[in-house]
Design a protein around this ligand. Structure first.
Ligand code: NAD
Ligand code: DAU
Length: 355
């Protein structure tokens, strides 16, 4: 049984990938996560208790801890998605983004390189360091065009700048040292277990609580939405079959304005859980000050991963968003634990001594 390191596996996308890999692959997974406010082991569900899932509460900036993990588990590769991920938080406090996204990626690259350089030839050749990045590194689009693997970097927020820096480091380690790396740049994800600071879960939970639905600016900024399980399937394909040194753009081909997203959520909630007062959730929509430096439009051309690896998303936005609203309505316990902060104690109860 081969071992795979996944960093950030207690986060939204990391937990989706681990659920997928435990269900559908033979990988033994070492989940390396610091458990910041965004890390929640409850999101792993049954996969978190599988014998092939080993959790280590570790900061990716801790070189000694990473070296010990590499020596103990001898992985065949790393999928790196630990990051500070929320743009608004990066505007209010960029420091954690520089620390984790840049210094953390550098520290992990160096630990991986030290381990990889001592492997035998077949081990060095088959090793993969897969870095998970974002379409935000490409900047902001006008009304036409799409981002692709050829698009020049033009990040504009502290978050996207820190992710761009980490992408450059990963490619430099491939070019300079020969570390076999892969980079994927994905569009906006949505789905179950997303921390309710991001647009879709925030709007669902605010609506259910009868709170205002804060729409930045005019609500006409555009994002390209992808269901998190489709992203997880793409990541598995790239990790297992991608060409070392290559970049793959991943997107849903589901462009929507923020207003369209909020209107869709309100309509689905009106159908699935009508308000007691008979009013529509649409009445909660509230325009608020715009995000500083708010990127106008993102859209991904996912043609390369479709042509070369045969990946296409299974969910349309229509199918995926309906299931997502139903999931939040059916998973009150997960939501209550996130809102009360109880999820932060869960690791003590369920994992006891840390590895
Ligand atoms: P998330 O915020 O839900 O999860 C991040 C995880 O990283 C958490 O579990 C957190 O505890 C962990 N972490 C943070 N700092 C750490 C550190 N110093 N050491 C170890 N662990 C640490 O993020 P997400 O939405 O799941 O995003 C995962 C990755 O995918 C990120 O790299 C992000 O940039 C990228 N991405 C996200 C999206 C999206 O729409 N959410 C889209 C494209 C790319
Ligand atoms: O494009 C990929 C990126 O998508 C990822 O790299 C990031 O990690 C992820 O957080 C996401 O970034 P965004 O800034 O696009 O996502 P967010 O959910 O924060 O916002 C989506 C859009 O909704 C954006 O245009 C801002 C707007 N918005 C957001 C919030 C939280 C609102 O209008 N109101 C809100 O309350």
């Amino acid at each position: 049984m081969q071992t795979l390191f996944i960093t950030g596996g207690a986060g939204f996308i990391g937990s989706a990938l681990i659920r997928l890999l435990i269900a559908e692959s033979g990988w033994r997974i070492v989940n390396i996560d610091k458990l910041t406010y965004a890390g929640n082991l409850e999101s792993l569900g049954a996969a978190g208790h599988d014998q092939r899932h080993i959790f280590s509460q570790t900061d990716i900036c801790d070189r000694a801890a990473l070296d010990a993990l590499f020596a103990a588990h001898r992985p065949a590769g790393v999928i790196h998605m630990a990051a500070e991920s929320h743009v608004d938080r990066s505007i209010h406090g960029p420091g954690d983004f520089i620390y984790t996204n840049i210094t953390g990626t550098y520290t992990l690259l160096e630990a991986a390189r030290a381990y990889w350089s001592c492997l035998n030839e077949p081990g060095r050749t088959s090793f993969r360091f897969h870095h998970i990045s974002t379409d935000e590194v490409f900047g902001s689009l006008g009304p036409a065009g799409m981002f692709s693997e050829e698009t020049a970097y033009d990040p504009r927020s502290p978050y996207s700048s820190s992710k761009a820096a980490s992408d450059h480091l990963v490619r430099a380690w491939q070019h300079t040292y020969g570390l076999p790396t892969l980079v994927t740049n994905c569009s906006n994800n949505y789905g179950p277990f997303q921390f309710p600071e991001k647009l879709i879960p925030l709007m669902i939970l605010n609506a259910l609580a009868g709170k205002p639905l804060p729409i930045y600016g005019k609500g006409d900024n555009i994002r390209d939405w992808l269901h998190v399980d489709d992203h997880a399937r793409a990541l598995r394909l790239v990790f297992e079959r991608g060409i070392p040194g290559a970049t793959y753009c991943i997107g849903g081909c589901n462009e929507c304005t923020n207003m369209e997203v909020v209107d869709t959520l309100c309509t689905l909630l009106d159908q699935q859980q009508p308000r007691a007062d008979g009013k529509s959730y649409l009445t909660l929509k509230t325009f608020v000050a715009d995000r500083p430096g708010h990127d106008r439009r993102y859209a991904i051309d996912a043609g390369k991963i479709a042509r070369e690896l045969g990946w296409t998303p299974r969910e349309t936005f229509e199918s995926g968003i309906g299931k997502t609203v139903a999931w939040y309505l059916a998973n009150g316990e997960w939501i209550a634990h996130v809102q009360s902060g109880a999820y932060r104690q869960w690791v003590e109860t369920n994992y006891g001594a840390r590895q």
